[in-house]
Design a protein around this ligand. Structure first.
Ligand code: GLA
Length: 730
């Protein structure tokens, strides 16, 4: 059997082409040598058919073997990665190998986000499959980044025939496993409670998660882990599959009749019926896979490094992020220029770097029932042009940032009155409203152009150095009012391409601009968005205690520097909970740090705390931005305290954060076991704090101070003092 083997530093991925041209998946796991096709079991199996060319030999069935890119229609009855129908009514395909080649560097995808790197950091394998009857080519592309153990995948479909074909399913990655009992870790939730980790066994039949909301969604995140049952944070085999896409998606896990497992990820096929005319090609979004035998933390570190270095772009990719104050929870839409300046003035006094003006500055927008779509500054409300406010903020020594929600329109807006056909509304039906707004048809370039021009006009009118790009509803009633439009089968994909086009143009036009993604908080928190926006508002839930759980789940794939996190007022606006400002600060410092409250209402003591927090954040930012992140507790299980740590790559410095949770009388002692330190080094734990050896901190743990009261927080800066010494106290 001809083999195609992809090697990374610690992993091996192997495919094989059998005599009939089927592309088999042979192995993905720890680095290994040899021909893995010998592992395959060839036997006659009932009700599992055989390709015609096998003649009377019934020992090979596509229904049983591990396939690299399974399609419906050639005898594999498991869930396929690919399906088409032709205009003549042929349903399904029979994809066979044609040729393959290896290239240096990593491929990119037109109009879509993709992992990028220097030419010498990656190689690309391209494998061409074809359905001869339909003259349909399917090109599988693999981007291999050996240094960080990542393999990306993407698919190009080309119609070389004479009839239109309709793509019904085109997943980006599929993995077949011939052995093993696995668990699935996925990240589910809802608005204001995103990305909660749930671990379930892979069962017989198909488990499917995803989004049909038009965005990647609050409810399910496009990132999954397949792990051995016994895999923990520190130990065991696990595979990650992340999707660089911000629209409808689907993830499937299936255990088949022979207990083999198939997992796959791609665009949601449910509403897909994408026409492909003769000569046309279709590019699937990209999936990024990783494997490690060293547990979930090691897998997270792979994704964190991938995202920080090969997904996020632009000036702020690795740069220090401005500490901001956002006026949303301070004023909502009830503000005027004076009120904003008051907040900005206080922010400047306290040492913040940027003032962000949130929703309510444009059109007729004092409530969420009107104004979206009218991107003209409400000068009456602001007391002058935007430049006056921005200049005043700049005059205080701070940057100025602005909120936008380009994809939306209110019926009560000049834009809607002028172009009602630009919104998704099905003729003859009343649309579904969400937050009183409708969705603009971003699959239409003229709509994107118009919004881009009106928003850039505003950006150009003042010194805007940051944009928060929001998106505040799920999408339905999809209908395009363009005469003769034929692309309904891929309109939701074209919508996403329109959003990416908008973002790409914004990035190109303003290379210095920091863009923060947002969709009602973390409803579009995915690697696709991170390609355009290096940080995303993690959740509309700013309660410190709830944020611990949200940030914990988010951290399995995404590095903390991508998670917008703010200190807000108490009682918290979402939960009514009261926590100390210190606790709120410690939690928000596990992300892109900022404030979202009226700073004028703080007590003198709280103001002093804020000053200290900003000093601390700047002191520790290098760890938060580029250190290795360790989860040190499990929400729901460790009820006494939550803890996490950032450890520098050289392991000589760390920042340990602890928040006490349940409080008891006659409290038992509690120790937080650190991870990722060097056992042979001695660490100074905080200014004037104890000296402990790395071994002890990791084996016995750091003693959580016992202080009465709920939700107390500690931030302990660990610095290595010397190489291991027996004279050290502990
Ligand atoms: C969304 C965002 C909030 C805020 C509001 C403004 O809910 O997540 O942070 O910007 O919109 O309307």
């Amino acid at each position: 059997m001809e083999l195609i083997t992809l090697q990374t530093k610690n992993t091996t991925y192997q495919m094989g082409i059998n005599d009939l041209g089927f592309l088999l998946h042979l192995y993905y796991g720890p680095r290994a040598e040899g021909d893995m096709s010998r592992l395959l079991d060839a036997r006659d199996r009932g009700f599992s058919g055989n390709p015609y060319e096998m003649g009377l030999d019934r020992t090979f069935s596509t229904d049983v073997v591990p396939l690299e890119y399974p399609c419906y229609g050639n005898g594999d009855y498991r869930s396929p990665a690919f399906n088409v129908r032709s205009s003549r009514g042929v349903f399904g395909a029979d994809l066979r190998f044609k040729k393959w080649e290896m290239k240096s560097g990593k491929y990119s995808i037109p109009g879509l986000p993709a992992v990028f790197c220097d030419e010498e950091e990656a190689y690309t394998a391209e494998i061409l499959l074809e359905d001869e009857a339909l003259r349909l080519e399917v090109l599988l592309r693999y981007g291999v980044l050996p240094g960080i153990d990542v393999i990306t995948r993407s698919v190009v479909v080309r119609n070389r025939g004479k009839e239109t074909v309709y793509i019904d399913k085109v997943y980006s990655a599929c993995l077949d496993f011939i052995s093993g009992n696995y668990g699935l870790l996925h990240f589910c939730g809802r608005h204001t409670m995103e990305r909660n980790l749930e671990r379930v066994p892979v069962i017989h039949g198909k488990q499917q998660f995803g989004s049909r909301r038009g965005t990647s969604s609050h409810q399910h995140n496009p990132f999954f882990i397949l792990a051995d049952e016994e895999t923990t944070e520190d130990y065991g085999s696990c595979y990650g599959m992340a999707f660089l896409y911000s629209g409808n998606f689907s993830f499937e896990a299936e255990k088949d009749q022979y207990h083999q497992t198939r997992i796959q990820i791609g665009m949601l096929d449910e509403m897909l019926d994408a026409p492909l005319e003769p000569g046309e090609e279709f590019f699937s979004p990209e999936a990024a896979m990783a494997y490690t035998s060293e547990g979930l933390t090691a897998l997270s570190h792979i994704y964190h490094d991938l995202i920080r270095n090969h997904v996020c772009r632009g000036k702020y990719k690795n740069a220090s992020r401005p500490v901001l104050v956002n006026n949303w929870e301070a004023t909502y839409m009830d503000f005027d220029g004076e009120k904003l300046i008051e907040i900005a003035r206080r922010a400047a006094e306290l040492g913040l770097d940027m003032f962000v003006l949130d929703d309510g500055w444009f059109g007729k927008r004092d409530r969420d029932i009107s104004g979206l779509g009218d991107w003209t500054v409400n000068e009456k409300k602001l007391g002058g042009p935007l430049s006056k406010l921005a200049d005043a903020v700049n005059g205080l020594g701070m940057k100025f940032g602005l909120w936008i929600e380009p994809e939306m329109v209110n019926e009560d807006s000049d834009l809607y009155r002028e172009h009602p056909d630009w919104a998704y509304v099905i003729p003859g039906r009343k649309p579904n409203r969400c937050r009183n707004q409708l969705v603009l048809d971003f699959s239409r370039p003229e709509v994107v152009d118009y919004i881009f021009e009106s928003i850039t006009r505003v950006i150009d009118s003042a010194n805007v150095e940051y944009i928060k790009m929001d998106m505040n509803r799920s999408i339905c009633d999809v209908f395009t009012a363009v005469e003769g439009y034929q692309n309904y089968g891929k309109i939701m994909h074209e919508y996403v391409l329109g959003v990416y086009d908008f973002l790409e143009r914004l990035n190109q036009r303003y290379p210095e601009l920091l863009i923060e993604g947002c969709s009602g908080g973390g409803g579009r928190f995915d690697m696709g968005m991170l390609y355009y926006t290096p940080q995303i508002w993690c959740s509309d839930n700013t309660d410190a205690i709830e944020r611990i759980r949200i940030q914990h789940g988010t951290s399995f794939c995404y590095p903390p520097c991508t998670m917008g996190a703010h200190v807000s007022a108490v009682p918290n606006h979402q939960t009514g909970r009261i926590t100390d400002i210190k606790t709120r600060g410690v939690v928000a410092m596990a992300g892109s740090f900022g404030y979202e409250l009226d700073l004028n209402l703080l007590t003198e003591e709280e103001k002093a705390e804020v000053r200290g927090q900003i000093r601390d954040y700047k002191k520790y930012e290098h760890l938060i931005l580029s250190g290795d992140y360790y989860r040190l507790h499990t929400p729901g299980k460790d009820t006494e305290a939550a803890a996490w740590a950032f450890v520098s790559k050289d392991q000589k410095e760390a920042l340990l954060s602890i928040v006490s949770l349940d409080t008891h009388g006659n409290e038992p002692a509690n120790y937080i076991r650190l991870r990722g330190l060097r056992p042979d080094l001695v660490y100074h734990c905080g200014e004037g704090g104890e000296l402990y050896s790395g071994a002890v901190l990791m084996h016995t743990g750091y003693p959580v101070p016992i202080v009465p009261g709920e939700y107390k927080a500690w931030q302990i800066h660990l610095t290595a003092q010397s190489a291991g010494s027996l004279e050290v106290p502990l």
